[in-house]
Every structure is written in C-alpha cells, then in structure tokens.
Design a protein around this ligand. Structure first.
Ligand code: FAD
Length: 442
C-alpha cells in the first residue's frame, strides 16, 4: 500500500468491528488445499492478512507490528475476546528485529522467574504452528552452550540445576559428547579449549519472519486491523491520560495505547513525556553461503560472544555481541564483524573456508538490568512491552500473551509480574547475568 502523501482526516467508519466476514479470509492452509490449488493454477489464494485503513477510534492501539505487537493483538482477540484492536506499523510488517534476528529459542536462564517466563514461551512455541495454522518451521534441535573454564562449569552447573528444579530440561555433556554432537568444534583450540557443554534439548530455532506473518494472518482473521506504512509521530495526552496517537491518517484514539516498538521504545515513550531505562544499540548478524548439513544444534561459545546454527537452506547463521555504542542504524561496524569472525574461527576453524553471504543489523532495546519490561506506566492508558535486549524473539509468544493479559485484565500476567517498570525505581532489578546497570554489557 503506498504511503499516504497528505494528512487524511478520519471520518467515522460504519464498518462493524467484527468485519471478518467481509474480509478476504485466507482460509485454512493444508496439504489438501495445496493439492487442490495446484489443480486450478493456484488462483484461489488470497492475502494472508487484510490491509486495513484505520478507524478513528479503537479500544486498543498497538504501536509496532513486530513479533510482540502482533502476538499481543492476536492473544487480545483470541484469549481475551477484545477484537477492537489496531496494530500500527511505520513500515512493512515484520522488517524490524522480528525479521532480523538469528531465530534462536530457548529457556536456559538463571533467575527462576526468568526461567519460568521463557519456558512458558517455549511451551507456547511448541503448539504455535498448529494454533496459527501456519508453518513457522519450529525446530527443537537443541541449544548447546560450551564452557571453557572450571569456574564456568560451576556457573553453568548451577544454572542447569536451577532449571531442572523447575522441571526444565538441561543436560551436562562431557567433551567427547560435545565432539560427537558437533564434529566441527576444535576441542583443543589454542586459545580456549572446550571442557564440556550444557544442552537444552527443547531449545532450537524458528523461522523468524514466518512468526510475524503467522501472527498477522491469525490476528487479522480474528478481526484485528493491521495498518502498515503508518508512522506514529506523536502521542496525545489529556493530563495524565493517553488519548491516542497521531499518524499520517490523523489522530487515532484508543482507551489503551501499547508501545511494542523494540529499539524505538525510548523515542516513542519520550513522545508521551516518559523517560525509559532503555538504551538503543545495534546488533549484527551474518549468514554464510549454503553448505550441506554440518550442524544440527544451536551452538554458543563460552569464551567470547559467538553463536551459530544452520538454516534449512544450508547457510550458517551466526552472530556475536552488540557493537557497544548507541545507534538507530540497522547495520554494524567492521571491528565487531572481525571480533565475531575471530571467535567463530577459534571454535570451528573449518568456517574459514566459508564465504559470508549477507550481514545486517537491528536496533536493540537494551534495558539497564538486561531483563524485559511488560508494564503499565505512570500515564493512564499507556502500556509498554520493551527492554528485550537481544533475546526478545524467543519471548514473543509469552510476551504477547502477558501484554494482552495486562491490557485486558488490568493486572500483570502471573509469570510476568516481575517485569514491571517500577523495579528500576525501587531497586528490585532483575540482573540476569550479574553485570550491573550497564546496558551495553547485557
Ligand atoms: C541480529 C539480531 C539477532 C537476534 N537474535 C535473537 C535470537 O537468536 N533469539 C532471540 O530471542 N532474540 C534475538 N534477537 C532479538 C529479537 O529479535 C528482538 O528482541 C525482538 O524481535 C524485539 O521484539 P519485536 O519483534 O516486537 O520487535 P520489532 O520487530 O523491531 O518490532 C518493532 C516495530 O515497531 C515499529 N515502529 C518503530 N517506531 C514506530 C513508529 N513511530 N510508528 C509505528 N511503528 C513503529 C518498527 O518498524 C518495528 O516493526 C536478535 C536481534 C537482532 C537484531
């Protein structure tokens, strides 16, 4: 849809809120339908989601059609019966971090409250494709974290024991088991020999943009308006209450405005007069040329920041840490690319033979304690979902469910109550990695 050139003033729309019947529903996807469509030249497919034009008022307006915004809308409609919802996106849907990440899902966290939250997300991933009727290529191939020192072994053992006490899967692997699982790893590399690893068998990968498309399709079918190419330029307040958002279509009013804009969270919150404990940083990722299957687990290096998995197309998808400076640029710097390559080659020297096909960056909403925020704010009617640092993809199902719960019920989801904004004012921070109040370090 072309970006509207002039400001269009909204007129009340008589379209019923539950306009599903009038929408070109994309129907149920199945092998039988694929076969039948093949017989008629694939002329029966329609748009996966309805391209909506906004109404002047909604019960809930969600800003940001990334994973969290779309999942929130979907669960509002399907779990809480709130269909009068618009998701407003400044660009095309799914080109933010949800379509830029390295697709890893896992729940191997240290803090019990975080383990519970991320494992809830993993359980939602496990049934998601069936529920959305969309192939998101959920692949529970396992995530393997390597350790290289005895103190790291102790730390990982403690984390794994904590997970197991919460009935979450974690296995300790000795060196020979690591080698059997990933023959490419150089256990005795000259820099940081590998002493062993911890495997979470239920961890893995999910095709990132299919997650955005799947939630968008299902939310649209449930009556949600998805409005692309519609940038929010300001947030209207009436005293301490948020009234709505200004867009190229004019003011769109709402009882609740939810910001789910990831790397743009502090920018959008500032429009409402709020200062968030968030910094925006750039994070890069890379994909190699495709090769035959060589890696069927997600592997992370423990002596530097490097992680890698193999996509179904054969490319090795890998990344490292954030570049370490504040930026809204969706590209990174060469020094960090070199750092990631050095770590990767230490661990798997065979990678030196591969060519890098693509490199890109995303803007990360780094919180001061490394944990996310799903919370009401000091302004009535304004809810935020942010602070995902570079781990928010795995959290999309739980983040969406918890944000929808907060909006619909007015109280936090029991598994996300610890993620409130107040914790920064009261000193009850959730420093998952024990790194202190330094966003670049999380
Ligand atoms: C390179 C990289 C690798 C990563 N790897 C992983 C990983 O392996 N596992 C993991 O769990 N996480 C990973 N992440 C993090 C994860 O992708 C993010 O934490 C998560 O996607 C953020 O939530 P989101 O999907 O809702 O954000 P986004 O997709 O960024 O959605 C926010 C949306 O808000 C829109 N927006 C912003 N401003 C406005 C405005 N003014 N008006 C309207 N719309 C606006 C944006 O255009 C965007 O579409 C990675 C991130 C990157 C960049």
């Amino acid at each position: 849809m072309p970006r509207p050139r002039a400001r269009i003033h909204l007129v009340p729309n008589t379209r019923p809120i539950h306009a599903n019947a009038q929408r070109a529903a994309s129907g149920r996807y199945s092998a039988a339908r694929l076969f039948l469509e093949g017989l008629i030249g694939h002329r029966g497919w329609s748009r996966a989601w309805h391209k909506a034009t906004p109404r002047p008022r909604y019960r809930v307006v969600i800003v940001g059609a990334g994973g969290h915004g779309l999942a929130t809308a979907y669960y509002l409609a399907t779990e809480f019966g709130i269909h009068d919802v618009a998701v407003i996106e400044k660009g095309p849907l799914g080109l933010g971090n949800v379509g830029r990440n390295t697709t890893i899902i896992r729940s191997n966290y240290f803090r019990p409250d975080n383990v519970r939250f991320y494992d809830y997300s993993l359980r939602l991933w496990e049934g998601l494709e069936r529920r959305l009727n969309f192939n998101a290529m959920v692949s529970q191939r396992g995530t393997l974290n390597l350790f290289h020192t005895e103190s790291q072994r102790d730390l990982f053992t403690r984390r794994a024991n904590g997970m197991r006490l919460l009935s979450v899967d974690a296995l300790a692997l000795e060196r020979d088991a690591v080698k059997a699982l990933v023959p490419l790893v150089d256990l005795d590399n000259g820099r940081y020999p590998v002493l062993g690893g911890f495997l979470q068998p239920r961890g893995g990968t999910v095709r990132h943009d299919a997650v955005a498309w799947g939630y968008a399709r299902a939310a649209s079918a449930a009556g949600v308006d998805i409005i692309e190419h519609c940038e929010v330029s300001s947030i209207r307040r009436a005293g301490q209450r948020v009234r709505g958002v200004d867009t190229p279509y004019g003011l769109i009013e709402a009882d609740t405005v939810c910001l789910a804009v990831a790397g743009h969270s502090s920018h959008l919150a500032a429009m409402a007069g709020l200062r968030l404990p968030i910094e925006t940083h750039v994070l890069q990722a890379f994909v190699s040329e495709p090769v035959k299957p060589v890696l069927d687990v997600v592997l992370t290096y423990g002596a530097g920041h490097f992680y890698v998995s193999q996509s179904d197309k054969g490319g090795l998808v890998f990344g490292g840490g954030i570049d370490g400076y504040n930026s809204y640029g969706q590209r990174g710097t060469l020094p960090m690319a070199e750092d990631v390559a050095a770590a990767g080659l230490t661990l798997m020297p065979g990678l030196a033979r591969l060519r890098v096909l693509r490199q890109w960056g995303g803007v990360m909403d780094m919180s001061m304690d490394g944990s996310p925020i799903i919370s009401r704010t000091p302004l009535d009617g304004l809810v935020i979902n942010c602070g995902w640092c570079y781990g928010g993809f795995k959290a999309i199902p739980a983040g969406g469910m918890a944000t929808a719960h907060l909006i619909a019920r007015g109280e936090p989801h029991p598994l996300a109550a610890h993620l409130d904004l107040d914790r920064f004012a009261t000193g009850r921070t959730l420093d998952e990695r024990g790194l202190g109040p330094f966003p670049y370090a999380h």
